[in-house]
Design a protein around this ligand. Structure first.
Ligand code: SAM
Length: 324
């Protein structure tokens, strides 16, 4: 998975061959249209208000791909929420130079409002990712047995090794350590598909041109390889790093919470009113048989009150045991 996705020359992400949308390999929330970013602006604005409308509010996005989500957020904030726009800086720590180039082109008009640091830096604001955690390489360990990649003649095959005690998602957990180490005050919001509390057989999904492939050894470097996020281990790691849980829910409830809280103001009403396109996008994002139940949203927080007043997106979330 590491080589197939991240190899500097042949990797699916690092080569720039990952294409999202109708003409690509799969759809994401972002590729549905600008409404997703616009609704998230409403959530980010509420976070900014909770941080006392600081004039140095940072949105950090990891897994920003071609910069489309950033564009949707910045355009909407500039047009509809100028005070928030003035206070905000957008940071993309992008490991893949070819994607950074695409992002720089797409976001050119925003000048130095957007920054590309080499790594995460300390910030107050919000860390956002959509389908980042599922792309971080895992090891296929179930009940102590690990599937490794071997060779049979000139073909790749799985071979099994027993007795492995390594953590299967070590790299994803380390990414949480890094975010926690840099989040001084504010929230992390991660949207992805995964499971909360079930034991399940670890596997990967392989996708190219809107088709699931049978094996990760097909179309290596031209196909995406992802895995369900194990939310429980992410939450426990975050808590071990001193972060609190701000909420966990599915995308349907998350976006419904945002819309219901802001529908009387100008943050969401104006994007939904009289726009058949926005309504179609909303249906795709919310419908349980489309993206509404496929994705979950985890909110983590540091140095903000997560107990008395949930963020709009987590108004309808179920309670988690936060004792850690
Ligand atoms: C499924 S795509 C999602 C892209 C975008 N967020 C969206 O929703 O359309 C996964 C993205 O994560 C990026 N990615 C993978 N590992 C990363 C890492 N360690 N740091 C930053 N981006 C990463 C890939 O380049 C790819 O663009």
């Amino acid at each position: 998975m590491q080589q197939a996705l991240y190899h500097p020359e042949h990797g699916y992400y690092s080569s720039g061959r990952c294409v999202i949308g109708r003409k690509g390999d799969y759809f994401t929330n972002v590729s549905v249209g600008p409404l997703f970013g616009q609704l998230l602006v409403a959530q980010f604005t509420e976070i900014w208000e909770r941080l006392g409308k600081t004039d140095d509010f940072v949105i950090v996005e990891q897994g920003a791909h071609d910069g489309q989500f950033a564009l949707d957020v910045l355009e909407f904030a500039q047009k509809r929420l100028p005070e928030f726009f003035d206070a905000l800086r957008y940071r993309i720590p992008e490991p893949f130079p070819i994607l950074e180039q695409q992002q720089r082109r797409k976001l050119e008009t925003f000048g130095d409002k957007v920054e590309w640091p080499h790594s995460l830096e300390p910030f107050a604001g919000v860390h956002f990712s959509n389908e980042l955690l599922d792309a971080i390489p895992v090891r296929l360990i179930t009940n102590g047995a690990e599937k490794l990649v071997g060779l049979d003649g000139d073909k790749f095959v799985f071979v099994e090794r027993l007795g492995n005690k390594t953590i299967f998602n070590q790299a994803a957990l380390e990414s949480i350590d890094q975010i926690a180490a840099n989040l001084q005050r504010g929230y992390m919001i991660a949207i992805d598909y995964g499971v909360l509390d079930e034991e399940f057989e670890r596997n990967v999904q392989v996708r190219a041109q809107h088709r699931n492939l049978d094996s990760p050894f097909e179309q290596i470097g031209d196909a995406d390889i992802t895995t369900s996020v194990d939310w429980q281990s992410i939450i426990e790691r975050a808590q071990a790093n001193g972060l609190g849980v701000a909420g966990f829910t599915d995308q349907h409830h998350f976006l419904t919470g945002i819309i219901s809280q802001f529908e009387s103001g100008d943050r969401t009403q104006s994007v939904l009113a009289n726009s058949p396109k926005a309504k179609r996008e909303l249906q795709t994002l919310l419908h349980p048989e489309m993206l509404g139940r496929a994705f979950q949203v985890l909110g983590l927080a540091r140095n903000v009150d997560t107990k008395t007043n949930p963020l709009a997106g987590f108004k309808f979330a179920r309670q988690l045991d936060q004792s850690g």
